[in-house]
Design a protein around this ligand. Sequence first.
Ligand SMILES: C[S@@+](CC[C@H](N)C(=O)[O-])C[C@H]1O[C@@H](n2cnc3c(N)ncnc32)[C@H](O)[C@@H]1O
Length: 328
Amino acid sequence: MNGHVNGGPPAAGMAPSRGVPAAGGALAKGGGVDKAADFANYFCTYAFLYHQKEMLSDRVRMDAYYRSIFRNAKHFLGKTVLDVGTGSGILAIWAAQAGARKVYAVEATVMARHARSLIAGNNVDHIVEVIEGAIEDITIPEKVDIIISEWMGYFLVRESMFDSVIYARDKWLKPTGIMYPSHARMWVAPMRTSLVEHKQQEFQHSMADWGCFLQDTSDHYNVDMSCLSNPYKEEQTKYFLQGSPTDPADHEVELTTAPSTDETTHWGQQVFLLHPPLNLQDGDILSCSLDITRSRDNHRLMDVKFVHQLERASGEKTPLITSPYFIE
Ligand SMILES: C[S@@+](CC[C@H](N)C(=O)[O-])C[C@H]1O[C@@H](n2cnc3c(N)ncnc32)[C@H](O)[C@@H]1O
């Protein structure tokens, strides 16, 4: 992942843990978002200072936003700013310090109350107004010159907070307004890892353990659970071996967002394991594409189809292989 935190024109149709536990979908029966479930599953995490501190301690993240605001202070001077998901209020404080005339700092959780204290404690409460509520539910008295937000989830789009930023852009940004950040890119790179073997071993152990469990349940409790063996295997395959293609290749590829040896972020990287791994030679060409859709069960999680094809230096091509993954 590579976000441009510097401002720019509104991102149009941008193909853009944190907040979402894997379990517990937030979609109501009719397909809309169940707000109560969404609040319980997603927003509750952000209500803790402990969790905000994790983000505030991420130097790469903090430096990027800090530099983008203060190196572009002319954007902020005398302007109105909307901070979507202000959390602790840090970006709103910086916007005010950079010279903004008025900052609306919107936060869905009770963290808004800590933000209010922090903003007063840093003497910018005459500029920053904290509004507690979801951006979709609140109102502000004017359109703004700048929207600032830190919305990026794992795998960039996990959390779907980008939806809220786009909602805010369409409703509250002046036509000449500026978005911070303005662009985001996802990068894909192959890498070598022994994770595949570990996952395979864990899967084998889990299935061996299931065999013992079947025997014990039958011996001690006189119930034959073997009719659940297939669903159990499917469940464990999804957990340990997700991505296994129906037509397995014999090489390994992992996809990562922004790997670095010395500057890690709290986002880490998203790895996609291929079973079995690919064995690449000099001159081979690996082509791939990602198809990202929302999970049907939880609008903040993603399903990914990773399609790859290997063209050997000899010209020989493997078939297109599609592997499913779940960003949970
Ligand atoms: C990743 S945190 C960033 C916090 C802060 N801006 C920072 O950079 O440290 C995202 C924050 O946005 C809030 N949030 C997410 N969706 C929101 C929405 N629709 N309306 C208001 N706040 C939201 C979350 O509760 C969380 O505190």
